[in-house]
Structures are given as C-alpha cells and as structure tokens.
Ligand binder design. Structure first.
Ligand SMILES: [Zn+2]
Length: 335
C-alpha cells in the first residue's frame, strides 16, 4: 500500500475523525481511548446556540467491536458540557457514533445484528459476553427502525423467505424473517404468535415471493401456503432431521421408562449420530440395543432413511425413498 494512510486501522474500526490517544488491555478486553472534538451545538431544550462552555464530561465507555474474540471498548474522552445562556439547561455534547445513554456504539449494534442473522440469541450473547437482555434491546431498537415496505420493495426482485424461531434462555422466542438468498434480515417479530407473523408477511408483495423456508411447524406451512400460493414452501433439511431425532429420542425415553421401571438407562447418543459415523464397535452395540429394544427399530431406520434422502441423486429417487419411509412408518406397530 503506497498510500498507507488510506486504510488505517482507525478507519476500519469506524473511528474516522477521532484522535486515538491510548490503547490498553483491561480484563481480557481492549480499550481504545479516543478524544472528541467539541462541535457547535444547539440547546436541546430551546435550540439556542448561545452557550457557555461548562467543562468536560466524564469519560464514557461503550462496547464497540469484537477482535479475535476479545471485546473492544471505546473510552470516549473530552465531550463538551454546555450550559444554555438563554434557558439555563446544561447538557453534554452528543456524538454521531453512539445513541444517548447507550452502552454500545452503533458500530457494535450493527455487529450484533449481523451476528443475529447467523446465529441464535444465546450464541451472540455468549460470544460478545453481553446479556441476552442487551442483545434483545439492540434488536428491538433496530426493529423499530425497519420500515418493511421500503425494505422489500427496494432492490430485491425475488424473495426467498426464511422463517426462523430464535430462542433466548430456552424460553422466550422471537421469529426472525430473513431473505435466505440475499442473507438479509427482513424483520424480527416481537413475539412468536402466528398472528404477528401473518401481519408481517402480509406487507410483502406476494408476487415477489418464490420460496418460503420454514421449520416443521404445521402452522407456518399453512400460513405460507395461504399467503404465497405460488411460492415453494420448503422445510429446511436441518429441521427435518432434528424432528426425526426428536421422535427417536422420545421413543428411547419411553422405552427406558417402561422397561425395568426406568432403572436401566438406554444410551442416547448412539441412536442420534449418523450410522456411517459409528465405529465397528458402535455398529455392534447398536445391533445389540436394537434387538434388545425392538420397539426402537422403526424409529431408528426411519431417521436414517430420512437422512439418506438428502444424498439421493435426483428428486425422483428421493421421492421414491420418501414414499417408502412413509409406507414403512404407516405399517409399523406405532404408526
Ligand atoms: Zn436553552
């Protein structure tokens, strides 16, 4: 780079125009100390520009970024305190990069939103080591600013909608609507009610929607088909297998409770990993378990056949295999 100043680290960190006065490490985090220039301000109460300078505000620390797994804080120094000559109000200089009283900069909030389009609330909160409450707050504030008609009508000619439920603390859920192709968040709903989802989806022009990707929820499927009759409604294969695994494990638990009055544990994991990933010993063990607990056989093979479906060479073969799975399940004792 001939022009070394063009892409400096401070620009990359969104700190253009700030003077970095120090960097230090503090409890495993980086702290970047920046100095702000005082700017012309208006009184927030009366709009007057006739102000006394009233000293500097205390430094303010805010979460700013994540570098190699470490949190990066900004410590903002030198914000001007002012007092209005006209109405007497005292106030502190506001900055473009951070909302009043927020504990994270806008830069950090964008990071949170990006991460949330890739992973769960829990994962983001763990990665950034911030409470789920703060993650949620960032999200809800962003949501308040999203104006859907602008978002979906702009540059995307086709929409491939993904509907996902994200949980935080295993209990609270929120629905996130994304465009799976453009990898963009279209909206995050306040709750997981079907009516809230419907209200949101109704704002999307149906002719644009080519595909809707959902989990196994019957309600989602019906809603998607009703609102977007021309779109393909697809269940993500991750959810299909997760669902098969859920039934598999339920069957195992019931078997465990019923035989030997729950005193003997039936191993869990061996039934859930893919058959091809079992060692020779594992296969032997599996065979033993399946002949000892024959009720689990149908569940196990259904799960394995569903997994195999996804490596079928074409759609025709896959649908033949699927028919077979369905037929076998219908014929089983526990249909
Ligand atoms: Zn004033």
């Amino acid at each position: 780079m001939a022009n070394g100043h063009k892409y400096s680290i401070t620009d990359l960190l969104g700190l253009k125009g700030f003077k970095v006065s120090d960097m230090r490490e503090e409890e495993g985090a980086f702290v970047i100390e920046v100095q702000v220039k005082s700017e012309e301000a208006d009184c927030p109460r009366c709009g007057s520009r006739d102000l006394y300078r009233h000293g500097k505000a205390k430094p303010r620390k805010a979460l700013h970024a994540l570098l190699n797994g470490h949190k990066v804080y900004l410590e903002i120094h030198g914000r001007q305190r002012c007092k209005c000559k006209y109405c007497g109000r005292t106030f502190t200089q506001e900055l473009e990069i951070i909302k009043p009283r927020s504990r994270s900069t806008k830069y950090a909030e964008v990071l949170v939103l990006r991460l949330l389009s890739l992973m769960s609330f829990k994962a983001v909160s763990k990665l950034l080591k911030i409470s789920y409450g703060r993650v949620k707050k960032v999200l809800m504030e962003a949501l308040a600013m999203i104006k859907l008609p602008e978002l979906v009508a702009d540059d995307l000619k086709e929409l491939h909608i993904g509907i996902d439920e994200h949980s935080f603390r295993h209990q609270e859920m929120a629905i996130m609507v994304t465009d799976v192709r453009a990898k963009r968040v279209l909206g995050i709903l306040k709750d997981y009610r079907l009516s809230t989802l419907e209200e949101f989806l109704k704002k999307i022009p149906p002719h644009k929607v080519k595909e809707v990707c959902i989990d196994m929820k019957e309600g989602f499927r019906k809603l998607a088909q009703r609102l977007f009759p021309k779109a393909d409604v697809v269940v993500d294969h991750f959810h299909v297998i997760a669902n098969a695994n859920k039934y598999m494990d339920e069957a195992r638990r019931i078997e465990q409770d019923v035989t030997n009055k729950g005193k003997v544990k039936i191993p869990k994991k061996i039934f859930l990993v893919g058959f091809e990933r079992l060692s020779e010993e594992g296969v032997k063990k599996l065979d033993e378990l399946l002949s000892k607990y024959p009720n689990l056989k149908d569940f196990y093979w259904a799960k394995e056949k569903l997994r195999k479906l996804y490596s079928a060479k074409d759609k025709g073969e896959a649908s033949k295999q699927l028919e077979l799975v369905i037929m076998n399940l219908k014929a089983s004792d526990d249909a």
